[in-house]
Design a protein around this ligand. Structure first.
Ligand code: FE2
Length: 232
């Protein structure tokens, strides 16, 4: 019987670049994660380390040499996969300053930026900020919208975000309750309301690789259409 693989070929959100955030701790862990993901059918990964001034003060210049070294290690290990360096930007004051100063940022093709907001506090001027960023020529992907407790059950916010031009990227493991029942209920509601644009793993640890073989994930991915493969 042919091996069953994910119908999503590109993962747009991974914390696989070793030693730069709360993801893979070292090259060995990162390579083990990468093997598991390619075995599941993922052919192309965007490495998206956190850029957050208070916890992970990464910059494109600090990340690039780590990325190049990791790419060499992947080639030496004989893993056939395409890797690109991108980032997950935390929308803090430093990010807004970088936007206003027109500092070069790590973008996906099409000038898309992956952004996250605080999980504890609703941002005061979210739509104004989104509008400002887009006015500067960027397009936005909001990471794990189902994980912000202040938006749970408020489908009107998600509609408004998409209407404002923001793509909604949910986490694959939210569907199997990895982050708790409220997050699962919210992602199911987003799915029901056809508000999901992209699905990503947001993988941080090697022990999450085995979740890719969860039967519920297979079933789900047969029922949902996303735009991931346009980023291949
Ligand atoms: Fe993330």
């Amino acid at each position: 019987m042919a091996k069953k693989v994910l119908n999503i070929k590109v993962d747009l959100h991974t914390h696989l670049l070793p030693g730069v955030d709360d993801g893979a701790k070292n090259r060995e862990e990162a390579l083990a994660m990468l093997r598991g993901m390619t075995d599941a059918g993922i052919q192309h990964l965007y490495l998206t380390p956190h850029i957050r001034s208070s916890h992970f003060p990464n910059t494109p210049a600090s990340l690039l040499p780590v990325f190049e070294g990791f790419q060499q290690a992947v080639a030496q290990a004989g893993i056939d996969v395409r890797l690109d360096l991108c980032a997950e930007y935390y929308m803090d004051a430093a990010f807004q300053t970088a936007i206003q100063a027109e500092t070069p940022l790590l973008c996906f093709p099409g000038n898309y930026l992956l952004v996250e907001i605080s999980m504890h506090q609703e941002p005061l001027f979210l739509f104004e900020t989104l509008f400002d960023i887009q006015n500067r020529g960027y397009k936005l992907i909001l990471a794990h919208p189902e994980r912000y407790p202040f938006y749970w059950k408020k489908m009107e916010i998600y509609h408004k975000l998409r209407h404002a031009g923001c793509l909604l990227q949910v986490n694959l493991f939210s569907f199997i309750g990895y982050y708790g029942k409220e997050v699962k209920a919210t992602v199911e509601l987003l799915h029901k309301n056809r508000l999901i644009d992209l699905i990503a793993t947001d993988i941080h640890h090697v022990n999450q690789v085995e979740l890719l073989s969860d039967g519920a994930i297979w079933k789900l991915l047969d029922t949902i259409e996303v735009k991931n493969n346009q980023f291949l």
